[in-house]
Unconditional design. Structure first.
Length: 329
C-alpha cells in the first residue's frame, strides 16, 4: 500500500532558530526516518518575498536553508527536497484557490495582522493571499499531514476549508490535511515567555548555529520566574516551563524526570546544564552546516533533482484541477 504523504516548508529568510527546530525541523527528520510517510520538504521562497528582502541575499538564504535541512538530518534519498518557485503549479493553484477564499477570512489571519503591524510600510497583497499559496503547497501533493508549529494552524484550517469547498463545487480532488505538532509546538522568547521566539529579536532567540559561548550567554540571561524551584507550571512559571520544554524536547526526557534531576538545584545550575545540552545537541549540525555551505553546487543539484521529482506529482494535480474547473482545452 502507498504510504501517506506529508509536506512542509520553511521560508528562506535567515538563520533558523530553536523554535523552527523544535516546532518543525526536528519532526521533519523523525517523520522521514520513521519510514511511514512519503515526505516532501521544500524551501518556501515565494512566501519569503512577502517580507522586505535583498535580491543579492535571497539565493544565499535559499542555499543556506538547503544546508540547514541536510545538516539537521534530512536526506534527499529518503525525502523529496525541493524549491517552491521551481514548480509553477504552486503559483497556478494558488491563483485558482484565491477565487474560493473569502476576503473576510484572509483578513482575520493572525499572521497577516501581525505582519501588517511589523511592516506597516509594506502591507502587500502577497502578504494577504499568503494562506492560499500555502494551501496550494499542501494540496498539490495530496498531503494527509503537515508538520508545523502551532502558529500555522489557522492557515491549515483555511487549507481544509478550501479543499472542502473545491471538492463540493468541482468533485473530489483534494485531501483535507491535518497538522502534526511536536511536544514543543510554540517555543517562547528567552526574554518574554508571552512572546514567540523570533529571529527579529536576536538577543532572546537561540540560533541553531550559535556558538556554545553565545548559547551559554543567551541562556544565562534568559528571564526566569519568582521562586527558585525548577518546576513545570505554565501558568505560575511560564519562563522556566519554556526552558524545561526545550530541555525535554532535546533530551527526550519527560519534564517530571528533569524536575527530579534539578530538585535540589537552583535556576542558574539548571540553565548551565540546559546551555550545555543545546550546544552539544547542535555540535554535529554546526559542523555539517559549515561543510555544506562551501558546497553550493551539491546543494543546487539536490534542489534541482528534488524539484524535478516533486514537479511530476504537482503537475499531475494541476492538470486534474484544470480539467475539473473546465479550463483544460
Ligand atoms: P516559517 O518559515 O515562519 O517557520 C518554519 C516552521 O517553524 C515553526 N515555528 C515555530 N515553532 C515553534 N515555536 C516557534 N517559536 C516557532 N517559530 C516558527 C513554524 O510553525 C513552521 O512550521 N508558512 C510557513 C511556511 C510554509 C509552509 C507551507 C509550511 C509555506 N508553505 C506549507 C507548511 C506547509 C512559515 O511561515 O513557516
Amino acid at each position: 500500500m502507498a504510504k501517506p504523504s506529508l509536506v512542509s516548508g520553511i521560508q528562506p529568510s535567515g538563520r533558523l532558530h530553536l523554535g523552527n527546530y523544535l516546532g518543525a525541523l526536528k519532526n521533519f527528520v523523525e517523520l522521514q526516518n520513521s519510514d511511514k510517510y512519503q515526505c516532501y520538504f521544500f524551501i518556501a521562497d515565494l512566501h519569503s518575498l512577502t517580507e522586505p528582502f535583498d535580491p543579492k541575499e535571497k539565493s544565499k538564504q535559499i542555499l543556506e536553508l538547503a544546508a540547514d535541512y541536510l545538516a539537521a538530518g534530512l536526506d534527499q534519498k529518503k525525502s523529496t527536497i525541493f524549491l517552491q518557485s521551481a514548480i509553477p503549479s504552486h503559483s497556478e493553484l494558488a491563483r485558482i484557490l484565491e477565487n474560493l477564499a473569502p476576503m473576510g477570512e484572509l483578513n482575520r489571519m493572525t499572521q497577516f495582522k501581525e505582519k501588517s503591524k511589523t511592516q506597516p510600510g509594506n502591507v502587500n497583497a502577497g502578504l494577504f493571499t499568503y494562506p492560499t499559496l500555502m494551501a496550494a503547497d499542501v494540496l498539490l501533493y495530496n498531503a494527509e499531514f503537515v508538520p508545523v508549529g502551532d502558529d500555522q494552524d489557522q492557515h491549515l484550517e483555511l487549507t481544509r476549508t478550501l479543499a472542502r469547498k473545491f471538492n463540493a463545487k468541482f468533485g473530489k480532488t483534494f485531501i483535507e490535511p491535518q497538522p502534526l505538532h511536536t511536544s514543543a509546538p510554540r517555543v517562547m522568547s528567552l526574554g518574554n515567555p508571552e512572546k514567540k521566539m523570533s529571529k527579529s529579536q536576536p538577543a532572546t532567540c537561540l540560533f541553531l548555529d550559535d556558538s556554545p559561548e553565545e548559547i551559554k550567554a543567551k541562556v544565562m540571561r534568559a528571564v526566569t520566574d519568582s521562586g527558585s524551584e525548577v518546576t513545570y507550571d505554565e501558568k505560575r512559571k511560564p519562563a522556566v516551563s519554556n526552558l524545561l520544554m526545550m530541555y525535554a524536547s532535546l533530551t527526550g526526557e519527560p519534564t517530571v524526570k528533569i524536575e527530579k534531576k534539578f530538585a535540589d538545584k537552583n535556576y542558574s545550575q539548571f540553565k548551565t546544564s540546559l546551555a550545555e545540552t543545546i550546544a552539544n545537541h547542535f555540535a554535529d549540525y554546526r559542523k555539517k552546516k559549515r561543510e555544506l555551505t562551501t558546497k553550493s553546487y551539491v546543494l543546487k543539484t539536490i534542489l534541482k533533482s528534488g524539484s524535478k521529482k516533486a514537479a511530476k506529482i504537482a503537475n499531475k494535480k494541476i492538470t486534474e484541477v484544470k480539467e475539473k474547473i473546465g479550463i483544460a482545452i
